[in-house]
Design a protein around this ligand. Sequence first.
Ligand SMILES: Cc1cn([C@H]2C[C@H](O)[C@@H](COP(=O)(O)OP(=O)(O)OP(=O)(O)O)O2)c(=O)[nH]c1=O
Length: 199
Amino acid sequence: MHIILASGSPRRRELLGMLGVAFSVRPSQADETIALGTPPQEAVVTLAKRKAEAVWAQLDESERRDAVVVAADTVVAIDGDILGKPRDAHQALTMLTRLRGRTHLVYTGVCVRTASAEEVAFAETQVRMRPRDDAWLRRYVATGEPMDKAGAYAIQGYGSLLVESIAGDYYNVVGLPLGLLDEMFNRLGLQLTSLGPPV
Ligand SMILES: Cc1cn([C@H]2C[C@H](O)[C@@H](COP(=O)(O)OP(=O)(O)OP(=O)(O)O)O2)c(=O)[nH]c1=O
């Protein structure tokens, strides 16, 4: 088995690395546009599949035989809208202003693809944000941290100071729900870690 992480995200690399899993990385160049009005659960699953398929298409016959391609996509959802990665600092501030003092949902879609099968699933985590004033949010945006993060914050960074509480998997918010990934490997008859299948 050769695990290929179809991602350019350093967070996903770190999370998978935490489990002591041997894998290689091939960032996918898949198009991340999705039709307006698509429910977030459907959007993350569609995009994760698209990312996995784009990398699968680049593998040659011999690589495909034992390849297990893992891809994921994370979005924030609030009031029926999807917030992806902000385009610029202005949009980051708009997103953070919208999220402050309220509860939103974070979805990560995961796709695991092999030569004979494909598993897709998503995880949902509820995040409650603290109220922070405009000046604080502007200083946060100026750190640059929000720029490549869905919803314009990183729970694992300075953004931790924005979070009041969460319900659900923390790793889902960071971009890769590890427990779900383990389960998906299992459904495919594969073992993600040396710990074996969860009982
Ligand atoms: C909400 C939140 C998101 N994020 C990140 C996870 C994802 O990397 C990113 C959402 O963008 P994605 O499009 O899911 O992923 P990506 O473009 O970073 O990487 P790739 O498509 O190559 O796999 O936001 C955090 O790191 N912390 C957070 O608290």
